[in-house]
Design a protein around this ligand. Structure first.
Ligand code: FES
Length: 106
């Protein structure tokens, strides 16, 4: 399997931020879209997921809690921030994160 060239994929970042997905904490690169964060967590699955990456398919829709407010967002259009909580994710997102979400907590 080809190695992921993160420097070509990710926006510049210097630290990881913690976001919760369906109640589980994960670390993803700051200054990057949530969908890129998902790719960071599951690099072998997200590129093959059914995602347009440009706000047309809506397959990346998630329910985000940020700063006390809950909003439906597109993960391909929303930059991850420290403390983000994804309360619901689309079936497509859940599928590509399936192994990550099931992995034992370290
Ligand atoms: S990936 Fe298609 S709308 Fe986000």
């Amino acid at each position: 399997m080809a190695e992921t060239r993160w420097e070509e994929i990710l926006e510049p970042w210097s630290r990881l931020v913690t976001v919760r997905v369906l109640g589980r904490p994960f670390q993803v690169p700051e200054n990057n879209l949530l969908l890129r964060g998902f790719q960071y967590l599951a690099p072998e699955r997200v590129p093959y997921g059914d995602f347009c990456w440009n706000a047309q398919c809506f397959n990346c829709r998630c329910l985000l809690r940020r700063g006390g407010a809950e909003t439906s967002v597109l993960a391909c259009q929303t930059v991850a921030r420290e403390g983000d909580e994804l309360l619901e994710v689309s079936p497509e997102v859940e599928q590509v994160l399936r192994d990550v979400l099931r992995a034992p907590t370290p």
